[in-house]
Design a protein around this ligand. Sequence first.
Ligand code: GSH
Length: 149
Amino acid sequence: MPKLTVYGTPVSTYVRTVRLLLETAGIDYDLESVGIFNGENETDDYLAKNPFGKVPTLGIDDELLYETAAIAPYLDAVFASTQFTPAAPLAQARMRQVMSIVDSYLYTPVIGSIVIQRLIVPSQGGKTDEAKVKAAVEPAKKQLTPSKH
Ligand SMILES: N[C@@H](CCC(=O)N[C@@H](CS)C(=O)NCC(=O)O)C(=O)O
């Protein structure tokens, strides 16, 4: 079993995705905190692990893997007997479709605006920018409305 290390901010939604999978499958790992609110993700040390300065990054012994859409299937295939991936190709494609929609369209209004403004800013003593929240509600609703498929 390789040594697995998750580098990232615990509250991050993408870090949570990777940790949910690890925890649910009972896979041993270490968590090394890299703060995205205090600039730790922009240090030379972290940028050497992940040149985009995003969390999470997964350490697998001496290897480093980043991008949640790469990390999750890797962990599922190697350590969880693909229990988190549907076997049927169409169901698998639907899963990737949802993941891609979240990454490409939903993250910015929901996390980047609503969660940051309503949760993170007040938790750090700041004041919510209600205009940013308001502007994000319609795009978020649109992305959350199921399509006919
Ligand atoms: N495409 C990346 C996105 C990860 C991401 O956006 N993480 C956020 C936290 S939820 C982050 O690192 N933000 C720090 C920043 O943008 O400076 C992935 O799938 O892992």
